[in-house]
Design a protein around this ligand. Structure first.
Ligand code: 261
Length: 403
């Protein structure tokens, strides 16, 4: 037997995690809907194909293989029909714009101020660990009712869940190449259960205003609560993506602005531009780069490729957002580009439930940062490194200023 190895067969997880853009640029040009052996799955890499599949009634949601191994069932990102409808009816109310508008400022501004006070007089900081991640996790942690779980613990949880969720590499038999890569996710879940189970016991008897308490009680018959095993997979979705991604979005936006000092100055002088700067930041480096999937529910042809029923397709929105058919010079951060819709929050009936909340966390975080430290400069003694294929953002961001 002879096999013809092509460049697609030689793609590795390590290269995707370090920098997926060159591989995906070639995929978009040569094979925009392609089977990628190391991922054991098809990948959709253009804006058109991602949008088509995400909004098609011939596909439904499915959790990725490593994601399912990490979160279990039923996670809101991987279910359909009545269970999906119930889980969305559980998470959506607290995230409605008219609801978020009532408290978002009082929630996030003091958190942002609190972290800024710890370093604003110092003249240097590492903003990922000292600001973007803490603001992101504290805002959501307090909303969920996890006030007494430290920001460092919440950061540790999302880092561990994230590595486990994206431990996607498989061999030619479809077996995980690095089964040990799930250990840290398992350890995080054990710790989460040990801390959250007693809180759930409390909320069952004493409902309060926290989101998790509402998840337990809302829409249930008098005297009944949702089962905790039914809620946990969706809580893990939150403790990973919803905790991590506003921080990624803030940090990527800052790095993008540092590539355009004129635009950074514009945004600092005119805070009304911050929402636009964040949207471009999320297009430029999409935080949820390739972490969700769809499965064909019937034989279907997409972009000239025949997919039998049951075929899984990974949605590489981070690549779709660099599609030159939609965005000119896509690899450049540019506040001045036309604000065309991007796919950082997905599309279709599984589009992000937290769009409004996440955007406002990022907005208030950057407003407070620029207000306190208008003369922020990147510390150019080191380069900024980005990491991640499933989830992507800067690993650190050293800055200096005249304090
Ligand atoms: C809140 C969104 O979180 C996720 C999205 C996609 C994959 C995993 C997540 O935790």
């Amino acid at each position: 037997m002879t096999t013809t190895l092509t460049w697609i067969d030689e793609i590795t997880m390590a290269e995707l995690e370090r920098n997926p853009y060159p591989v995906y640029e070639r995929l978009r040009a040569e094979a925009p809907l392609a089977y990628i052996p190391v991922l054991g799955s098809y990948v959709a890499s253009t804006a058109e194909i991602c949008r088509t599949i995400a909004t098609s009634d011939r596909f439904e949601a499915i959790i990725t293989k490593a994601g399912g191994r990490t979160f279990g069932h039923p996670a809101v990102i991987g279910v359909n029909g009545p269970i999906h409808a119930d889980l969305r009816s559980m998470v959506d109310p607290a995230l409605q714009p008219q609801e978020v508008d009532r408290w978002i400022d009082d929630l996030v501004r003091p958190i942002a101020r609190g972290y800024l006070e710890q370093f604003e007089d110092v003249g240097s900081a590492e903003l990922v660990a000292q600001y973007c991640e803490p603001v992101s996790v504290r805002a959501l942690g307090d909303l969920l009712g996890l006030h007494d779980v430290s920001s460092d613990t919440l950061r540790e949880w999302f880092h561990k869940l994230s590595h486990s969720f994206t431990n996607a590499g498989v061999d030619e038999n479809g077996e995980f190449t690095n089964p040990d890569g799930f250990r840290e996710g398992d350890a995080a879940k054990a710790e989460i259960r040990a801390i959250v189970d007693p809180k759930i016991d409390h909320w069952i008897a004493h409902p309060d205003d926290s989101a998790i308490s509402h998840w337990l009680h809302d829409g249930m018959p008098e005297g009944q609560t949702r089962d905790r095993d039914y809620i946990y997979p969706t809580l893990y979705v939150y403790l990973l993506g919803a905790m991590q991604e506003p921080g990624h979005a803030m940090a990527s936006t800052l790095v993008g602005l540092f590539t355009r000092p004129d635009q950074m100055e514009q945004v600092v002088d005119e805070p009304g531009l911050i929402p636009r700067a964040i949207s471009e930041g999320m297009r430029w480096t999409s935080p949820i780069w390739s972490a969700t999937a769809r499965v064909a529910i019937t034989d279907v042809e997409v972009a000239g490729v025949e997919l039998p029923a049951g075929t899984v397709v990974l949605m590489s929105y981070g690549s779709a957002n660099h599609d030159s058919a939609t965005h000119t010079a896509p690899s450049e951060y540019d506040l001045a580009r036309p604000p065309l819709p991007h796919l950082a929050f997905g599309a279709g009936n599984h589009a992000c439930a937290g769009i409004y909340f996440a955007n406002h966390v990022c907005r208030i975080g950057l407003e407070e940062l620029f207000e306190s430290i208008p003369n922020l400069e990147r510390d150019t003694s080191s380069d900024v490194e980005f990491w991640g294929w499933g989830f992507r953002g800067p690993t650190s961001l050293n800055v200096v200023w005249e304090a």
